[in-house]
Design a binder for this molecule. Structure first.
Ligand SMILES: [Zn+2]
Length: 504
């Protein structure tokens, strides 16, 4: 609601306005004004109707008063929130970036698997993305660059820069097992640490790990890599060593390794997708993470709002007695390319002959996922995968709207403000010490980047399903990236590419 100002100062302004109005038209104060939205800012708890003035890609006014803009957009009845920041976005080609934009994401970061070489990856993305982008230097691609025999499959390090899972050569890379299974010798370990440092020197946002995918990496290797992060004042973003239900070699064991490394090196730690990594142990792991934080460890975690996970069929987590270890059976494994559920014979054939095949595993319990989504401090991140002919896990298209529609509106699992904080302010806070650019993201304040999502809280919902995983979310009416509409009235603005690099 607007409150009329009755100050004499205001009267003077009005008179001045009348004088000016009789002369040539004055230049507008703002490039764009967003009028009468319900502004929700998790950084300070503001939840009130305001007008927002945007100039040069930044928020320059937040006011109850009318603002003068070259362009005015009326958003009465809609929520205006900081654009969502996805810490875990593998799919960052045009197809996936647009799906994420339509889910309210304004910054997509590949923090888990990471990339290598880092500078080449950023160069490929420059000027071509609707939303902001960035990545860690990835321990998995660094391990491949150091240990795999790339020459024998006609590649060199620079071929890794497109990312791993969308790499047309990923099947051939995954078929090589030494980077997965072997411990690094002294020379290789030195090569791994050196490449991690090079990646940070080239502006990577931290170090990413998929220890479950590089099972041969020793405790020492991971500890030393954490040391590189500590020396550079960045955090580690980690898929833990095991996601199993076992007492030894299970998820509790794995999280304890990471907490110990964080304590021993002083490096920050972010544990990715606690839902899929934690299984039935999620409540215990969240308790351990909270307790570690209270005791001075710099640790955080995230979850995606689905009960199924996704990976490639050659992954090391399918080694050994995976049905017992993961608590699933062959029929819980689905090929997103066709919807086919596997049996033992099909599973073994695909694993042997096309280990890069992407699968979906149905194996998490709804109550554990809901508890993690609602748990204070746990961030929302998609783990969105690359789409292959329009098929992948639907989390790449619907994660953020699913939290708003299903968990907030339908299940009342958490408040709308808390949900928005988990998607914008908390991820920005997590990164801002290492990445000062993030101080201008995840909040609605003067000087912040004009990355905004404007949605209808009564209708916002995910539409992507396992059978139709590329259906865009609905209820996301407008999305602005650096002050430019990439979604307007629900429609993607495909000619726009205002996304900028987030880089140290
Ligand atoms: Zn993962």
């Amino acid at each position: 609601m607007r409150t009329a100002s009755k100050s004499p100062f205001r009267l003077v302004l009005i008179m001045l306005g009348l004088i000016l109005a009789s002369g040539p038209a004055p230049a507008a104060d703002y490039d764009l004004v967003i009028n009468n939205g319900r502004v929700m800012n998790p950084a300070n708890g503001l939840d009130s109707v305001r007008n927002i003035g945007i100039r040069d890609g930044r928020i320059e006014a937040i006011s109850r008063d009318a603002l003068d803009g070259k362009q005015q957009v009326e958003v009465g009845g809609l929520v205006v929130a900081p654009g969502f920041i996805d810490l875990h976005a593998h799919g960052q080609r045009e197809f996936e970036s647009w799906l994420q934009a339509r889910d309210g994401v304004t910054t997509q970061l590949e923090m888990e698997a990471g990339v290598y070489p880092v500078a080449a990856w950023y160069e490929q993305r420059a000027g071509a993305s609707p939303i902001n982008y960035g990545a860690t230097v990835g321990h998995p691609p660094v391990r491949i660059a150091t240990m795999a025999d790339l020459k024998s499959i006609g590649l060199d390090e620079s071929d890794l820069a497109v990312g791993l899972l969308n790499n047309e050569h990923f099947g051939a890379i995954a078929a090589q097992r030494n980077w997965v299974e072997d411990p690094a010798n002294a020379e290789q370990l030195a090569g791994i640490l050196e490449r991690l440092q090079r990646g940070l020197d080239e502006g990577a946002l931290g170090i990413g790990f998929g220890i479950n995918y590089t099972a041969g990496a020793t405790r020492e290797e991971i500890y030393r890599a954490f040391g590189v992060a500590a020396a550079n004042n960045v955090s580690n973003f980690v898929h833990s060593r095991f996601g199993y239900e076992l007492e030894l070699g299970g998820s509790v064991d794995a999280v304890q390794e990471l907490l110990a490394n964080a304590a021993a090196t002083g490096a920050g730690l972010h544990i990715v997708h606690i839902g899929s990594s934690g299984g039935s142990r999620v409540p215990l792991l969240l308790e351990m993470i909270d307790s570690a934080r209270r005791n001075g460890i710099n640790v955080s975690t995230e979850v995606y709002p689905y009960t199924a996970w996704s990976t490639f069929i050659g992954a090391a987590l399918f080694d050994g007695d995976f049905r017992n270890n993961l608590g699933i059976d062959y029929g819980d494994i689905e090929l997103p390319s066709s919807g086919e559920r596997l049996n033992q014979e099909r599973f073994e054939l695909l694993r042997r002959e096309s280990p890069g095949t992407i699968i979906v595993g149905h194996g998490m319990k709804e109550d554990k996922v809901a508890a993690a989504v609602a748990h204070p401090g746990v961030m929302i991140a998609s783990d969105g995968m690359f789409y292959n002919e329009g098929r992948a896990h639907p989390r790449g298209a619907g994660t953020f709207s699913r939290v708003l529609g299903y968990y907030v509106r339908e299940k009342h699992a958490l408040s709308l403000m808390d949900a928005l904080g988990k998607m914008s302010y908390l991820p920005a806070k997590r990164l801002e010490n290492a990445v000062p650019q993030m101080k201008r993201k995840g909040r609605i304040e003067i000087g912040a980047d004009a990355d905004l999502v404007i949605f209808n809280p009564e209708t916002v919902r995910d539409n992507a399903t396992f059978s139709e995983p590329a259906l865009p979310s609905s209820g996301i009416e407008h999305v602005l990236v650096n002050g430019v509409f990439v979604v307007r009235n629900g429609a993607p603005q495909k000619d726009e590419s205002p996304g900028r690099a987030v880089r140290r």
